[in-house]
Ligand binder design. Sequence first.
Ligand code: HEM
Length: 128
Amino acid sequence: TIKQTPYEMIGGADTIARLVDAFYPRVLAHPDLAPIFPKDIGPVRDKQYLFLTQFFGGPPLYTEQHGHPMLRARHLPHPITPKRAQAWLSCMQQAMDEVGLSGEIRDFMFSRLALTAQHMINQTDEGP
Ligand code: HEM
C-alpha cells in the first residue's frame, strides 16, 4: 500500500506556505496574542514554515537550519496561558479554513497541533 505523509496529502510546500501566511495576520490581530509576538513577524513566520514542514512529515527543514526544535524550551521565555493556547488554535482553525483544508486530514493535523499547543502552556491565566 502507498502511504503518504500529511505534508504530501495536503499539497506540500505550497500549502504549508499558504497556511502560515494565513495564520500570522490573525495572530497579530488577536488581542491576547499580538502583545507577545514581535511586530516584525517575518522571522517567526519563516521558522514556523520550516517547523510545520517537518512536523507534518516533509523534509526536516527546521532541524537542518535551527537544530533540535525543543519547542517547549523555546516557548518558556513567553507567557503561554491556557487562554493564549486557545487563541492560537482558533487562529489556526481560521487559517485552515482560508487555505481550504477539510475532512479527516484537517482534523488529524488540528488534533496534533492542539496537543502541541497544550504542551506549550507554561503559566496560568491568572498569573503568579
Ligand atoms: C515561536 C507563541 C504554540 C511553533 C513562538 C514565539 C511566541 C510563540 C511568542 C516567539 C516569537 C519570537 O521569536 O519572539 C505561541 C503561543 C502558542 C504557541 C502563544 C500557544 C499555545 C505553538 C505551537 C507550535 C509553535 C503549537 C508548533 C506546532 C513555534 C515555532 C517558533 C515559535 C516553530 C519559533 C521557534 C524558534 O525560535 O526557532 N511562539 N506559540 N508554537 N512557535 Fe509558538
